[in-house]
Design a protein around this ligand. Structure first.
Ligand SMILES: C[S@@+](CC[C@H](N)C(=O)[O-])C[C@H]1O[C@@H](n2cnc3c(N)ncnc32)[C@H](O)[C@@H]1O
Length: 188
């Protein structure tokens, strides 16, 4: 069994008990990118040891933990607006820290609760956003925010980000828990 399959089974075990979404708007809708699709995207991210990766709208934190397990990025950050989803991410993180302490020796996973419009993440240089449920207004606001980040080298989004300063390099099909989607990969 290879490392990818081992971690896929481990995360399936970690997230066995899922919560009901307490979304208040369409954007705050829970839904996940499938492990296999994220595994497809990770090589496109070309993550290096000194990268800081952020998942904007991290839900229960599966993407963040998958990025932690399958890359060497020095820090992976997840920002989630729904408190109950954030709490589940913290729970999964504490179990992961207990199960695999050696992996946390010189690398970090951080979950932050709040809106990514208010929680700063300027230290990140690689950004992932499963943005299928984000409104056009949110996406436009995000583009303005991302365009101020001088160290940004890659953005992967499941909705196109019109006006983003990075160049669109690839569009790839992925599978999410509710349906297929496209992922738009932007690079410097
Ligand atoms: C489709 S889910 C993606 C979950 C995870 N990133 C994945 O791909 O599996 C989108 C998440 O974004 C969160 N969200 C929506 N608006 C947000 C905001 N302004 N700030 C932070 N999170 C937000 C939602 O609550 C939801 O958990």
């Amino acid at each position: 069994m290879n490392e990818n399959t081992v971690y896929q089974r481990y995360l399936a075990y970690l997230y066995n008990k899922k919560s009901k979404s307490q979304a208040t708007t369409m954007a705050e809708t829970s839904g996940e990118i499938l492990y296999t699709s994220m595994s497809q995207l990770i090589p496109l991210m070309k993550i290096k040891d000194d990268d800081v990766v952020v998942d904007l709208g991290s839900g229960m934190g599966q993407v963040v933990l998958q990025l932690f397990l399958l890359t060497n990025a020095k820090e992976i950050i997840g920002i989630e607006i729904i408190p109950s989803q954030y709490e589940l991410a913290l729970l999964a993180l504490s179990r992961c820290r207990k199960d695999l302490p050696a992996l946390f020796a010189d690398r970090q996973v951080t979950f932050l609760q709040g809106s990514f419009f208010y929680v700063p993440f300027t230290q990140a240089n690689v950004i992932f956003l499963n943005s299928v449920c984000f409104t056009q207004e949110m996406l436009l606001k995000l583009v303005v925010l991302l365009n101020t980040m001088t160290n940004l080298r890659m953005v992967l989004s499941t909705r196109p980000l019109y006006g983003l300063k990075l160049r669109l390099k690839k569009i790839t099909k992925i599978e999410c828990s509710w349906d297929s989607a496209l992922c738009y990969c932007y690079e410097t």
